[in-house]
Write a protein that binds this ligand. Structure first.
Ligand code: M6R
Length: 609
């Protein structure tokens, strides 16, 4: 949700910032801008639209500097427009800021600044008040002014500030929004996320909440909220730069779909020892802890929440503990019953989703033990959890989550299996057989991906439809939600998913001639029930695409088209069945000419409420 890049050094701030912003465009992409300290003044260029619009604007002049800050926006307060785009400046343009987050008391601050200082505001944003506030407090020391401003602000922020009076530095501060500082040679960087800096640095500092960073070309100084200098260990980034490139694929989403066999292999094998035992290196949860839990909450948002639905069945079945799955934005305000016998599992690709982070803090404050399933190493959710089970998906750039989901599922199966084995509720033979099934998944997934052209052809048939339903039972219901979310978020087709048995309690009223229904029927023990549900929608004229395991040919008699996945045990079909749905959504969106990696109104990382 908004991306920030700052540069101080001997090179071109313009080139570095534009390059970094392009890598952060997944965080927001409705407008962008850049501010430079140059020739004793601050120059700001900004415009609505993607980064290439900003590049085009800048191409008309040679403007550059050795110090600058840039921003790509996901609008919260004020529509996407040139004037609402960041950076924002104070009245005499001596201060410029870029901001990610929301200032909750901005109206109050705005009124105060207008009344007491006669400040005129140009934009409708909450962020503009920060520039004026720092301007009002500025008295020759930018850090002092930023500290005073931050004291007055409520909300979430990652903030970068430059001043024309101190043109060799950037001051940055964070609270509940991510920020990293990159350590260069003769130059230093600040950014919202690692991909922005991968081309330039591998050594970074992870900035903690309420810390302030002062960046010059030679030094990065980090201070805590009490203004004491703090030491921070250098974090070495292991991703290679190619991981954040498209690598010949037309979109990141397609590349990431194809990276799933590797991601699943890595996620599984990094936690298996030579005897095939699951090892939880670095995880401090003991046998006594596991035996102590009488309840598990799985809390997440969007796709990660869908992974939680599958995780619930696995944990209940294997560890015999009741599990509740809840969206984080509901959990955090519900005053749920949580105590020291609760295991709270947060699932998040980015590890920066604000609702998930807030729910985690709420659970922790009530005594729960927090285990998180996270992709981004060192992210806020990871840092605030008692233990972290990392997914090994590699960087996920496309807004539509694919490989993060399947690797999250892999983690959930492993956690369930480990807990069951530790509690003695899973027998040795089941444990071994289940792990064997999991280890066969990467190869089976490659077979699913070989059917891509068949699904592409189906997409060509369906792309003009305006409504698509997804139905399934058991684990298939969870995958239906995910398939439907994938389709609607990138193709803008109205889509709805429902547990197949629920259809007849209302939703079936919407089924009419040629309504497309994707029916997931991968569960052996529920197969016949699904055939009945397919008949029910067929009887109302639906066009049915069935999804079943190879060998279950019976479905061909009912469905208009069938997609098959390789055979595997019922519990783990989601690892395979979601992939044709991802591919279908991808090609439908492509046929409709949609901007697949950056769907409208969305952003990859939702760091606001
Ligand atoms: O980074 P997170 O996993 O916490 O993100 C949660 C959701 O915002 C995310 O899964 C979202 O639903 C995806 N873009 C859907 O594809």
């Amino acid at each position: 949700m908004c991306g920030i890049v700052g540069y101080v050094g001997n090179g071109s701030a313009r080139e570095t910032i534009i390059d970094g912003l392009k890598k952060l465009e997944y965080r927001g992409y409705d407008s962008s801008g850049i501010a430079f300290c140059t020739d004793g003044k601050i120059e700001i260029r900004k415009c609505v639209g993607r980064i290439h619009n900003l590049e085009e604007l800048l191409s008309k002049e040679t403007l550059d500097s050795h110090v600058g800050i840039g921003h790509t926006r996901w609008a919260t307060h004020g529509a996407p427009s040139d004037v609402n785009a960041h950076p924002h400046a104070n009245g005499d343009s001596s201060i410029a800021i870029v901001h990610n987050g929301i200032i909750e008391n901005y109206v109050e601050i705005k009124e105060w600044l207008a009344q007491d200082y006669g400040v005129n505001f140009l934009s409708e944003t909450d962020s503009e008040v920060i520039a004026h506030l720092i301007g009002v407090y500025y008295n020759g020391n930018l850090e002092d002014a930023v500290y005073k401003a931050v004291d007055k602000m409520r909300g979430a922020y990652a903030l970068c500030v430059i001043s024309k009076n101190e043109p060799d530095k950037i001051v940055a501060v964070r609270k509940d929004a991510p920020l990293i500082a990159g350590i260069g040679h003769g130059c230093n960087f600040i950014a919202s996320d690692i991909p922005a800096l991968l081309k330039y640095v591998r050594e970074i500092y992870l900035i903690e909440n309420n810390e302030t960073v002062v960046i010059t070309a030679d030094e990065i100084k980090i201070y805590n909220a009490q203004r004491e200098r703090v030491h921070r260990d250098v974090f070495h980034v292991t991703w290679d730069a190619d991981a954040a490139e498209k690598d010949g694929y037309s979109h990141f989403m397609l590349k990431e779909i194809h990276e799933q066999p590797k991601g699943l292999y890595e996620t599984l094998h990094r936690r298996l020892d030579e005897n095939g035992e699951i090892v939880l290196d670095g995880i401090s949860m003991t046998k006594a802890d596991i035996e102590n839990f009488n309840k598990v909450y799985i809390v997440a948002c969007g796709t990660a929440y869908h992974a939680g639905l599958v995780g619930k069945s696995a944990i209940e079945k294997m560890a015999h503990i009741p599990v509740e799955v809840e969206v984080a934005s509901e959990f955090r305000y519900r005053d749920p019953f949580v105590d020291d016998k609760t295991l709270f599992i947060a699932i998040s690709q980015s590890g920066e989703t604000l609702d998930t982070l807030a729910a985690l803090r709420e659970a922790k404050s009530k005594g729960a033990r927090v285990l998180s399933v996270v992709n981004v190493v060192g992210s806020s959710v990871a840092r605030e959890s008692d233990d972290v089970f990392y997914t090994w998906a590699g960087p996920e750039i496309a807004v539509a989550s694919t490989k993060a989901y399947t690797t999250q599922l892999m983690c959930m199966y492993m956690i369930a299996l480990y807990m069951g084995r530790t509690k003695g509720t899973v027998e040795e033979s089941y444990y071994r057989a289940f792990l064997t099934e999991l280890s066969e998944i990467p190869e089976k997934l490659k077979a699913v991906l070989e059917n891509e052209s068949e699904i592409e052809a189906l997409a060509k048939e369906l792309y003009k439809k305006e409504q698509v339903f997804f139905i399934g039972r058991g684990p298939d219901a969870g995958v239906s939600y995910e398939g439907s979310l994938k389709l609607k978020e990138i193709s803008y087709i109205n889509s709805f998913a429902i547990a197949a048995g629920e259809l007849k309690h209302g939703t079936i009223a919407l089924i009419e001639k040629d309504t497309v229904v994707v029916a997931l029927a991968t569960q052996d023990k529920l197969f016949e029930k699904m055939l009945s549900n397919i008949q029910e929608v067929k009887a109302r004229g639906a066009y049915v695409i069935g999804l079943a395991k190879e060998g279950n040919k019976e479905i061909e008699k009912q469905a208009d088209k069938v997609i098959y996945i390789p055979d595997c045990i019922d519990e783990i079909t989601p690892l395979l069945s979601v992939v044709p749905l991802q591919i279908l959504a991808y090609y439908i969106a492509k046929e409709r000419g949609c901007d697949i990696d950056k769907p409208k109104n969305l952003a990859k990382s939702v760091t606001v409420e």
